[in-house]
Design a binder for this molecule. Structure first.
Ligand SMILES: C[S@@+](CC[C@H](N)C(=O)[O-])C[C@H]1O[C@@H](n2cnc3c(N)ncnc32)[C@H](O)[C@@H]1O
Length: 226
């Protein structure tokens, strides 16, 4: 799967893309991530990509021209992909949206900064607008990383163990995973539940189902040990 990130701060991705799961997925050719600097499509002596808002008000707004030019150029680099605009006013990113996005071969992730985008970018380019939650980030880069991070888990081969996808929280809407324990058996007075040490697979599965149901209640009961 291919991701093209359109951003004013491509260097922000360096650490993220060169570690752990993403690094391996890229090395193994499962995921292709390309970074494009919107400023490369800016015109004029100062290479400006933003300007003051008409009507007044604080901050700067990203101008339409460099964004249109960048999107056109990136779309021509291979088979066109689906354009996604990172915006706090967009559709909320949920696990089912993640699953939908993972069915695309290529996503272009457009990251805003400052006060956001000139409205004509939304009107003319008709992106799918995605928000990672009802709060404001400084830019679209972290939200774009969240999209990449969640979507790549569905790319075959990235996780290695696809079972962990179906067992995980939110795989079914509202369903949370059961509690997990590892060594040591006792830690600061807290013991691993006996059933997990029993070797009885049916009993373990039943305990996990029950714990998962309990955790998934709308107002969760206090968790074991609390
Ligand atoms: C400081 S924000 C601009 C917020 C804008 N003035 C508003 O009130 O909606 C700059 C950029 O960060 C990104 N951004 C901020 N919060 C986001 C969120 N919750 N989800 C997705 N993108 C977000 C968007 O790309 C946005 O254009």
């Amino acid at each position: 799967m291919r991701f093209d990130v359109l951003t004013l701060f491509p260097d922000l991705f360096q650490g993220y893309l060169t570690q752990s799961l993403l690094k391996l997925a890229i090395q193994r050719g499962l995921v292709d991530i390309r970074l494009w600097n919107l400023r490369d499509w800016a015109k004029g002596k100062h290479k400006s990509v933003d300007d003051r808002p008409f009507g007044g008000g604080p901050g700067m707004v990203i101008m339409p021209e460099p964004v249109y030019d960048c999107v056109d150029a990136v779309q021509q680099d291979g088979e066109p992909g689906r354009l996604i605009m990172m915006t706090p006013g967009g559709e909320r990113l949920t696990q089912s949206v993640v699953q939908e996005l993972s069915k695309q071969k290529r996503l272009l992730l457009l990251c805003g900064r400052y006060e956001g985008f000139d409205e004509r970018i939304r009107l003319g380019l008709k992106p799918r607008e995605i928000s990672i939650g009802d709060f404001i980030c400084n830019g679209g880069e972290v939200p774009a990383m969240v999209v990449i991070d969640t979507v790549v888990r569905y790319v075959p081969g990235v996780l290695g163990d696809e079972e962990s996808l179906t067992e995980e929280s939110h795989n079914e809407p509202g369903r949370l995973e059961y509690p997990q324990y590892t060594r040591p058996r006792a830690f600061r007075g807290m013991e691993v539940p006996e059933v997990l040490l029993s070797g009885n697979h049916e009993a373990i599965a039943a305990w996990r189902r029950q714990q998962s149901e309990q955790r998934s209640q709308p107002s969760p009961a206090p968790r074991a040990g609390e």
